[in-house]
Design a protein around this ligand. Structure first.
Ligand code: ZN
Length: 277
């Protein structure tokens, strides 16, 4: 028996990523009595401002956006019953190629060992049994997501690996369905050009390469409400337009690739804690 609660730590880049990527598992495992810890690396200052004002547009104030998103994040954590929220508070780097990538204090510009040392402190404090972050492509190529993967893997090297480590992923079969729903609900949806289509084709994995499929449909309502707490962000409004039922149908199963394991639990598995309890 362990002398501390089983613990799940999710490392995310921005306020709202916890809801889209892992809202289901965070809610489900909290309900099962597992301690949940969310580490959010950036302040989200490159997100949409009040009234939908985009970064770079007049009236976009990153520090005001960060303050608003901090409150949204806290509401989302309440909805998902996340036990511990830890903020690294790096400046949001914006999308690949933006000037914000190189701004002082940006997460992308932070040397990996520096970010990793801070995260390692949290790993030593919570000693999570399961750690979840993005894949090496940051799921879809966002610099802060790539950096979250890098500091997480480097921090785990420093502290010794957690028993199970996962990267979030999406099955290619679901990406196809996702495209269909985009066409249905995205009022300003445009067919991706060739380059965009190629980038989208790189997202996720073929179904047979996915090790872990966790059914969180029972918690779809909570995941939806967590995302609703981040309604200031344009891309979330797209999901909210679907309504809870369609949203849960599309987003109810969360998928991962297991990149480290000491339990020997057989794959494919349907539980991040398989072999640990
Ligand atoms: Zn993000």
């Amino acid at each position: 028996m362990v002398d501390r609660p089983l613990t799940l730590m999710a490392v995310h880049a921005h306020p709202d990523d916890e809801a889209t990527g892992t809202g289901g598992v965070l809610a489900r495992y909290a309900a099962e009595g597992i301690r949940t810890v969310l580490v959010t690396c950036t302040d989200g200052g490159c997100g949409d401002g009040p009234g939908g004002v985009k970064p770079g547009e007049p009236g976009h104030d990153p520090s005001a956006v960060a303050a608003m998103r901090r409150q949204e994040l806290e509401s989302s954590c309440e909805v998902l019953k996340i036990g511990h929220l830890e903020l690294l508070e790096y400046a949001d780097s914006g999308m690949m190629g933006w000037a914000a990538n190189d701004a002082p204090g940006s997460f992308w510009r932070t040397p990996v060992p520096e970010g990793a040392a801070r995260l390692a402190e949290l790993l030593r404090q919570y000693r999570p049994d399961v750690v979840v972050t993005y894949d090496e492509n940051g799921f879809y190529g966002h610099p802060d997501h790539i950096q979250a993967n890098r500091i997480t893997m480097a921090a785990l090297e420093l502290t010794g690996m957690a028993p199970k480590v996962y990267w979030t992923t999406a099955p290619r079969s679901q990406m196809q369905r996702f495209g269909e729903v985009m066409r249905e609900f995205g009022s300003d949806w445009e067919e991706p050009d060739e380059a965009e289509a190629a980038a989208i084709a790189e997202i996720g994995l073929p179904d047979e390469e996915i090790s872990t499929w966790v059914d969180t449909t029972e918690f779809g309502g909570q995941k939806f409400d967590a995302l609703a707490a981040h309604a200031s962000q344009g891309e979330n409004i797209f999901f909210l337009k679907m309504g809870k039922e369609r949203f849960t149908e599309l987003m109810g199963v969360e998928t991962f690739v297991r990149v480290h394991d000491t339990t020997g639990a057989a794959v494919p598995e349907n539980d991040l804690f398989a072999g640990l309890r």
